[in-house]
Design a protein around this ligand. Structure first.
Ligand code: F6P
Length: 319
């Protein structure tokens, strides 16, 4: 192989730049050229790319987001869009593609692999909802962002005898909410995977207020409902005054943690090695600290939920 390509797709996350950099430099070390498509599959369809030589990726490792930019492409979901993408890859002499993104992006990668093009997927989504990898790229940085914000919120909450509902990301996944709840000592984690009893929660919060506790913290996944609605439902029933903070896209940015820099670098290097060894249609993942390759067919069929141990711990330690 003489020319490979990489793109970042879907919601961005910290660590994507580390992946691009590692993939480019690994390829260059093997005398293979690496190009990067801008704005994910949309750039691939428009044939919008840059050459990723050593200098092009210099100074990117410590930056959040993705310097190639990212997008969610509707056109790539159509057969025509995928054909255009494939034509562009072939016309440019690209012999293998690395796709860095979440479940939708990995579905797209599988579609290209099914058309016979060599593709390797890399899991990147702060939701940590991609199966066959212990951790996706960006999760650790997002969690660190969350705990920094929640620690700040706890200071002000305890100065005013308030309960805070902090809404964190996770469209269909309570991973961030449950893990952050354990890491910040929150009283409750509300997640889409577990039913919760509003009356029981209000009773427990009221009791805490009567015991003279200075604050209460509820961490809620966005996929489990609206924090403002919940605040309205509990405000007259718990004794504490209630405030809401929706952390939003703050969670997704920022300089990647050591973990995400290393994970991104390992994923990027491994993806190039897999392509050069003739592999296709697989995703690189992390299993018990080791890199593993899983068929994209299995990844898109699979499901991942937060570990029961974490869910249980969030409940037990919150008392
Ligand atoms: O999938 C990652 C994620 O950050 C979700 O947690 C969130 O619901 C979604 O992306 C937000 O998407 P957008 O950036 O397009 O608003």
């Amino acid at each position: 192989m003489k020319r490979l390509a990489i793109l970042t797709s879907g919601g961005d996350c910290s660590g994507m730049n580390a992946t691009i950099r590692a993939a480019a430099r690994t390829a260059i070390s093997k005398n293979v050229e690496m190009i990067g498509y801008r704005k994910g599959y949309a750039g691939l369809i428009r044939n919008d790319f840059i050459t990723l030589d050593t200098l092009a990726v210099a100074g990117t490792l410590q930056r959040g987001g993705t310097f190639l930019q990212s997008a969610r492409s509707q056109e790539f979901r159509t057969e025509e869009g995928r054909r255009k993408a494939l034509d562009n890859l072939q016309r440019e002499g690209v012999e293998g593609l690395i796709v860095v993104g979440g479940d939708g992006s990995l579905n797209g990668a599988l579609a290209l692999a099914r058309l016979g093009f060599p593709v390797i997927g890399i899991p990147a989504s702060i939701d940590n909802d991609i199966p066959f990898t212990d951790m996706a790229l960006g999760v650790d940085t997002a969690l660190n962002n969350i705990i920094y914000a929640v620690d700040c919120i706890k200071d002000t909450a305890s100065s005013h005898d308030r309960a805070f509902i902090v809404e964190v990301m996770g469209r269909g996944s309570g991973y961030l909410a449950s893990t952050a709840a354990v890491a910040t000592g929150a009283e409750f984690a509300i997640v889409p995977e577990v039913e919760f009893d509003l009356a029981e929660m209000c009773g427990q919060l009221r009791q805490r207020h009567q015991e003279g506790r200075s604050n209460a913290l509820i961490i809620m996944a966005e996929g489990a409902g609206q924090a403002h609605e919940l605040a309205g439902a509990i405000k007259d029933a718990i004794g504490f005054e209630v405030r809401v903070t929706v952390l939003g896209h703050y969670q997704r940015g920022g300089s990647p943690t050591v973990f995400d820099r290393l994970l991104g670098s390992r994923f990027g290097k491994k993806a190039v090695e897999l392509l050069l060894e003739g592999n296709t249609g697989v995703m690189v993942g992390l299993a018990c600290h080791a890199l593993v390759a899983t068929l994209l067919e299995e990844v898109v069929r699979g499901e991942k939920r937060p570990q029961d141990e974490i869910l249980k711990m969030a409940e037990v330690l919150g008392i």
